[in-house]
Design a protein around this ligand. Structure first.
Ligand code: HEM
Length: 120
């Protein structure tokens, strides 16, 4: 059976969980941006990210966290911060052997969130 949905191409729940763990590890090692997460409960943040990626990729999950606008209010996230975070996600996708077409499909869904996440 060929995988059809983006969710399946990401490896379903197990794949998304591993992508998220790799992403968080990459993020934790980046001195440019890790300070943004100094007060973050990583276990809760991890669950939110998994739920969000599942919903965005069409996995049928219902993300119950804050909107992307509300989640990033007052954080003053710059374009450079955004690019760095997306870079860590791309690395995590590669680490989990996600195909380039699936990587680009996911990034195409996340890129428009830029407006809601940065400079406010
Ligand atoms: C495509 C880009 C991004 C996506 C999809 C994303 C997604 C999320 C999600 C789903 C949450 C959880 C919201 C909740 O708990 O209700 C969150 C929170 C957060 N994000 Fe982002 N984010 C992105 C970019 C960034 C960037 C660039 C930064 C800063 C470098 C950032 C910093 C944070 C912080 C500090 C939180 C709050 C964590 C906490 O609960 O303490 N995000 N983001």
């Amino acid at each position: 059976n060929q995988p059809t949905t983006l969710y399946e191409q990401l490896g379903g729940n197990a794949g998304i969980s591993q992508i998220t763990d790799d992403f968080l590890l990459n993020l934790s090692q980046d001195k440019r941006i890790v300070n943004h997460f100094a007060h973050t409960d990583i276990d809760i943040f991890r669950q939110r990210l998994i739920e969000h990626l599942c919903e965005v990729s069409g996995g049928g999950c219902h993300y119950e966290g804050a909107s992307m606008f509300d989640a990033h209010i007052g954080l003053h996230i710059s374009q450079a911060d955004f690019d760095a975070v997306v870079g860590h996600l791309i690395s995590a996708l590669k680490q989990q052997n996600v195909s380039i077409s699936a990587r680009n499909a996911l990034l195409a869904k996340l890129a428009p969130m830029y407006q809601d996440i940065t400079y406010h």
